[in-house]
Each structure stands twice: as C-alpha cells, then as structure tokens.
Design a protein around this ligand. Structure first.
Ligand code: ADP
Ligand code: MG
Length: 290
C-alpha cells in the first residue's frame, strides 16, 4: 500500500504541474543529493536563433543556409528548427536531400545531389580551419553554440546559434541548493565554452561538456555512487540518462516524447521553476511519511 502522505504528495505535485509516475519516484526525489541538468532546451529557453553565419571562402551565406536546412528539415532538434527558420528568413529554399539520418548529441547528415552534407558538432580530430579560427576569435561567442556545416567532410560554414537562459532558472537553482541539493551539474552535449558561461550565470557546481548520450549515462552512474541522483532533460539524447537516474524528469511541452517516456516525472508546462516546487513537495512528503 502507498502511504496516504505519498499519494497526497503526488496529487499536490500534479497540481503544481509535475506529474510523477509513482510514489517511489516522489520519495527518491525528496532525498536527492545530486542534480544533473541538460543545458539546451532545459536551462536555456529552447528557442535559439542563428545570429551569425561564418563561411569558408568558397561558400556564400545563402549556400550554407540552404545546405544546412536541407538536412536539418528532418530533425526535431531545437537547433535544427533554428537553422530552418534562418534559411526561411534569408529567403533561401533548401535543395532536396536524401538518406538523412540523425545521431543524437551530434547532428544530422544526408546526401544533397552527390554531396555528403553533415550538420552538427565539429568532426573530431580535425583542425579548426583558418577562416573559422579567425572569425571565431574575432566574434564574441557569448552563449553561442557553434553548428558546423561540412560538405564532403570539408568544413564549409560555422553557424552561431544563440539561446537565452530561462528567466526563472537562476532563482530555481538557488531554491534547489537551499532545499538541500548538494551538487548541481550541467551535463551537456554542447562545447565547453558555452556550457561554462551558462553554469557561471546560474551558480552551478560542475560542468561536463561534450557529453554524448553514452557519456551522460556514464556520468549518471558515477554520481549514483554518491547518493540519489535526479536527471533533468528535454531531448531524445537525454532519454537513456533519464532512464538510468534514480529519478528522471522530462521538461517541457516541447520536450520529446522519448524523454517523457524514459522519465519518472514530467514537468508539463515547460517551466523549470516547477522543479523546485516539486522538490519542496517531495521533501515535505518524505518528512511526513517517514
Ligand atoms: P544538450 O545536451 O545541451 O541538450 P544535445 O546533446 O542535443 O545538446 O546536442 C549536443 C550538440 O550536438 C549540440 O550543441 C550541437 O552542437 C550538436 N547537435 C545535436 N543535434 C544537432 C542538430 N540536429 N543540428 C545541429 N547540431 C546538433
Ligand atoms: Mg537538450
């Protein structure tokens, strides 16, 4: 039987906009020591915009946006939506693409005519091309995610995509710390520059950048050795880590169904402050129940 305090806690959480799957999840949430947070779409607003397009000497902005949008059209990622919007705004009609595939936490690729087009994180092991090094050094990167376009494995453009931190995120982080969460870790697939800036603005305790879905699972595993771990994320790339955590929480009405299915709790109205509300309710429930 589920104690009355726990069912009461669950219905209070649900009225506060957090649907918790079962009483066990609520009790674990109340005892959480570490909180792992995805960045893009979770602590950031999830409505990024392309603000700059840096191109290789033989590529125009229109070509870059067209090729990138040609494959990003097929991706549900928030960065992909930003790229498609930027192309549309520039009046560029993307060419058609075939065989488009997505690798969560990395990006998308496909064929445009006889060319292989890849959009996402920078290919590892390659040197930063001269045109990009110069431009990236000159431009202020603040909070920008760099989305690379490569054509036949040669970098053709770097699209700077900027998102905003959610307005209620800083206060939510302070509330979580105050309620007894000892460590809050930003766990993101993005590059470390952007991740560090976000973590500093939010007063988080640690950052792990460049984490693909497998690295996110591994981090959850390591944190669990110290105590109860809550993971919060919105994307398909977070789903395995949400499932691996003691309590996985999916954020957002825009959050992917994969994330919601893997999670033990869902924040239904896309507001991160709900996380602190749910934590307060879970802690109170625990005090009553034990
Ligand atoms: P986060 O962990 O911060 O939510 P993701 O794991 O979804 O971020 O993505 C990590 C990185 O992979 C992004 O910062 C981006 O560089 C790249 N990426 C993933 N998917 C895409 C995509 N569809 N288009 C462009 N870049 C992508
Ligand atoms: Mg995300």
């Amino acid at each position: 039987a589920v104690p009355i305090a726990v069912t009461g806690g669950m219905s209070r959480a649900s009225r506060a906009g957090v649907v918790v799957r079962d009483g066990a999840a609520l009790e674990l949430l109340g005892g959480a020591r570490s909180l792992l947070l995805d960045k893009t779409g979770t602590v950031t607003a999830g409505r990024p915009e392309v603000t700059d397009v840096l191109c290789a000497p033989d590529t125009t902005t229109e070509q870059a946006l067209g090729l990138a949008a040609a494959v990003e059209r097929y991706s549900p990622h928030v960065l992909a939506e930003a790229v498609v919007r930027a192309a549309r705004r520039a009046g560029v009609a993307p060419p058609s693409a075939d065989d488009v595939t997505e690798e969560p936490g990395r990006g998308v690729e496909g064929r445009v005519g006889d060319r292989l087009v890849q959009v996402g994180t920078r290919p590892t092991g390659e040197e930063l091309p001269h045109w990009a090094a110069t431009a990236l050094r000159r431009g202020r990167l603040d909070l920008a995610t760099v989305v690379w376009l490569t054509v036949d494995r040669v970098p053709a453009a770097a699209l700077l995509v900027r998102d905003r931190i959610r307005a209620d995120a800083p206060r939510t982080m302070r509330r979580l710390h105050a309620s007894g969460v000892a460590r809050i870790v930003l766990l993101t697939g993005d590059r470390s520059g952007s991740a560090d800036e976000v973590a500093a603005m939010l007063g988080l305790d640690e950052v792990q950048a460049g984490a693909d879905p497998a690295a996110k699972i591994a981090r959850v595993g390591r944190e669990r050795e110290r105590g109860t771990v809550v993971m919060v994320g919105d994307g398909i790339n977070d789903a395995p880590a949400l499932a691996a955590a003691d309590v996985g929480i999916a954020l957002g009405s825009r959050g992917s169904t994969a994330a919601a299915q893997a999670a033990d709790a869902v924040i239904v109205d896309d507001r991160i402050a709900r996380l602190a509300d749910a934590m307060d309710i879970a802690r109170r429930t625990r005090r009553v129940a034990v």
